[in-house]
Design a protein around this ligand. Structure first.
Ligand code: ZN
Ligand code: ZN
Length: 332
């Protein structure tokens, strides 16, 4: 058991070695996080770009409901930060390296203007995951693509500029620095301990139980020991798997179940908070990252980063991950 003496605890993330601060003394009641209601975006479907019938013309992959109407599709982003191309045009300017900002950006749109993933049935979540995987497998065939990021922003505070539920896929020629840190962390831990750092952490969390929210045969949903934000939730495959895109149909059933549990508990428990989720998976640059362990991170927007957070890059979590997990475990 962790002794509670001081007002806060510094906890180290086993993978990155980064420290987080968990306030124990001034911990808030879990219910208090749900009390701040967020402004609901009031744009009606009439003016919504994703609700226009012609939008389907842009679809590159689509899944339909049993009645034949579309449920989810992926299309190129109309306002990409990266341009299409197949050459990086790497060059130098003095000591600096430059290359063209080429890449692919897609938007994964679901049919209903308001209904969000947290409210979807398993069948519906599976179609979203199938779209993620299908597009991932397609985009990774491009030689210059080294890394593919799949993420979902919900709510204005989480950066969703269009209220209509949608995810994004970005395929780029460089690695995300945050992921790079985790790849190095996983590699170092393996070298020193002969074991995957994530498997070590998952085994311990399942044994300890205090931070586990839900588990099935293949996946576990937990609040990480060194949570970066209050109510951070992660979904991990229990078996050692480095690559999300290699998920089998059987494993996907369990992943969909775990993701539904994770998202719907956050949705119900925190009363529809703004949040971001993203998949962290081994890059597709063919370098072989067998020591990485893919997962999905959910980061609810439960606080605003102010001076200390921005200056130090550390958020003071105002709820202990054990309490957050206990609260979400009880939500049905
Ligand atoms: Zn819409
Ligand atoms: Zn592992």
């Amino acid at each position: 058991m962790i002794k509670k003496k001081s007002l806060s605890e510094l906890r180290m993330d086993l993978v990155s070695g980064d420290w987080v601060i968990i306030a124990t003394g001034r911990a808030r009641r879990p219910e208090a996080f749900a009390e701040k209601k967020r402004n609901k975006e009031a744009v009606s479907s009439k003016y919504c770009p994703f609700c226009q019938p012609k939008i389907l013309d842009k679809a590159v992959l689509k899944y339909d409901q049993s009645d034949g109407s579309w449920f989810v599709f992926s299309m190129p982003n109309d306002f990409p930060a990266f341009s299409k191309g197949d050459k990086l045009n790497e060059r130098k300017e003095g000591p600096n390296r430059i290359m063209d900002g080429i890449g692919y950006q897609e938007v994964v749109v679901t049919a209903d203007h308001e209904k969000q993933i947290a409210q979807f049935s398993k069948k519906e979540i599976k179609m979203v995951v199938d779209t993620y995987q299908g597009r991932y497998l397609n985009l990774m065939r491009n030689d210059f693509v080294k890394y593919i990021s799949i993420f979902h922003n919900h709510g204005e505070e989480a950066g969703a500029s269009i209220a209509h539920p949608h995810s994004q896929i970005i395929a780029i020629p460089v690695l995300d620095p945050d992921l790079k840190g985790s790849l190095d962390g996983a590699e170092n831990y393996y070298r020193n301990n002969g074991k995957c750092v994530y498997c070590t952490m998952i085994d311990w969390e399942i044994k300890d139980g205090r931070r586990v929210i839900y588990k099935n045969d293949k996946f576990v949903v937990l609040c990480p020991f060194a949570s970066q934000v209050s109510f951070e939730v992660r979904v991990y495959p229990k078996d050692h798997k480095a690559y999300f895109e290699e998920i089998t149909e059987k494993e996907k059933e369990f992943f969909v179940d775990a993701l539904q549990q994770a998202l719907s508990r956050v949705y119900k428990g925190l009363k529809d908070p703004a949040y971001n989720f993203y998949i962290h998976t081994a890059p597709c640059d063919k370098q072989g990252y067998e020591r990485y362990h893919w997962h999905l991170n959910i980061l609810p927007k439960t606080s605003v980063w102010a001076g200390f957070e921005l200056g130090a890059g550390i958020e003071i979590s105002t709820i202990e991950p054990e309490k957050a997990a206990e609260f979400l475990r009880k939500i049905k």
